[in-house]
Each structure stands twice: as C-alpha cells, then as structure tokens.
Design a protein around this ligand. Structure first.
Ligand SMILES: [Zn+2]
Ligand SMILES: [Zn+2]
Ligand SMILES: [Zn+2]
Length: 246
C-alpha cells in the first residue's frame, strides 16, 4: 500500500491540536463533581470509562489512572495509498481499546455545514472531512485539522470513532477496536459519522459493502445496540428528506 518519500505533499490545511469552535462551546456540566471511586489505576471496570468519560479531579484514582486517553497519542505517519489517496499508518503496536489520535477540526452547526457543502458542490470538491457528532455539532477538518482527517474508510475497520467527555467537553477520539500491528493502515467505518456523495468503496475488504457515502444524512448520537464486549459506536442513519445536495 505504501508509496515512499518523494511523493507530493497532501493538499494544504492548517494543523491544529484542539477543536476550534465556530459555534458556542457546549459544556456538559451535569457530570462535574462526579468521579469514579477506583482505588488506584482505572481499568476496564472503572465507572468513568463505562460512560466514555475521562477521569478528572473529581475521581479518587491516582496518577496511575489508565482512563485519561486523550493525553497521549500513538505514533503514526501519513502514507500515500494506491487506491485511497493519503492514509494513516501506525508506527507502533496498538492494543484493542487504546486511544490513537483525536479527531479535530472546526466545530460548526448544521446551517454552516449546509453552506459549506453547497460551496463544495459548486467547486466540484469531493474531499469530505466532515463528521456529524450530534445536532449542531459537526467537526469539519476541511480547512483545519490533524492527521486524523486522512484516516481512510474501511467496511472492515481496525478503529472506531468514540465520543468522550473530557473535563465536561465533548471530544472525539479514534480508538483501536482490535490489536493493530506496527505498519498497519488505520481505518474506521465512515458510515456512522461521515457523509458525502456516493462513491465506489476502495477498502478491498471481504466485507466491503460496495459503496461509500450517500447524500447528506442526518444522524443522531443515539448509540447503536452493542454487546457488552464491543466497544460502543454511535450514530444512526436517517436519510435527509430535503435539501439533499446530490
Ligand atoms: Zn476509575
Ligand atoms: Zn474516574
Ligand atoms: Zn481514573
């Protein structure tokens, strides 16, 4: 899959470390003051983790806490793939459930999103970097973002996007859903969060559904039914009845 060094650079964008809010920042203060009561390090059975909430100063756990995922990202690099443009590849072994990198961009609302989609359509631009996290909470990494915007789609992915609360703030992380080897391409399933025109999927997996993306859909943050052994995903498809841009 990888093509070496002297290939052209990916199209320019502004690199950011944290989301930039173009809409009012939503804070979820309901949980403030509520923390877990784990004795030392927080593992699988931590109450915070069960709610995809990062431990905070309200918790009694100590510095060995294993439930502050957004603090350290994994090692990865950008690679040019044969079929899917730029992609992201791991540069270390990653265990199932581990945080890899935050999905960051500009946080916009639906009205801004529609406006941007129309502009893109007029330009004939087909590179979509928008993830709908909730109502009026869309992360658009088109202009500003980090390497996470290059993580490609697969119908049989090794990663998932997860919504976490970190100190009262919603943040989106890319997490491993299985053990990942050093040098493996990182992928997640765009179906749940991303939208764009319908194009032929190039993921090449045995489970490939054939097509990727559809017209602008609205998705809720309702969690999908998942088994307790699964890492929770969220998102549910609703075809948008009006203002389809396709
Ligand atoms: Zn805990
Ligand atoms: Zn905690
Ligand atoms: Zn903790």
């Amino acid at each position: 899959m990888e093509i070496s060094g002297n290939d052209i650079e990916p199209p320019p964008f502004i690199h950011i470390r944290r989301n930039i809010f173009l809409v009012k920042k939503k804070r979820d203060d309901i949980d403030d003051g509520v923390g877990c009561s784990c004795k030392e390090s927080c593992q699988e059975n931590c109450e915070c983790r069960a709610q995809t909430m990062s431990c905070s100063k309200s918790c009694v756990c100590n510095e060995r806490c294993g439930n502050k995922p957004f603090r350290r990202e994994k090692k990865y690099k950008l690679v040019k793939t044969l079929a899917c443009g730029w992609g992201v590849q791991s540069c270390e072994r990653i265990s199932r459930g581990e945080f890899i990198v935050e999905y960051v961009g500009e946080v916009i609302n639906e009205a801004m999103c529609e406006e941007r989609l129309w502009t893109m359509k007029e330009r004939g631009d087909h590179n979509f970097y928008m993830c709908e996290i909730g109502k009026d909470f869309i992360i658009d990494a088109t202009f500003k973002g980090n390497a996470s915007r290059f993580v490609n789609h697969s119908c049989d992915p090794n990663c998932i996007l997860q919504k976490w609360r970190v100190d009262g703030e919603i943040r989106i992380g890319i997490f491993a859903i299985r053990d990942i080897k050093d040098g493996e391409p990182l992928t997640y399933d765009y179906r749940f969060v991303q939208f764009g025109p319908s194009v032929k999927c190039q993921c090449g997996s045995r489970l490939c559904r054939g097509n990727l993306g559809e017209s602008y859909q609205q998705k809720s943050t309702k969690q999908l039914g998942f088994k307790s052994t699964d890492i929770p995903a969220w998102g549910e498809k609703h075809r948008r009845s009006q203002k389809s841009i396709d």
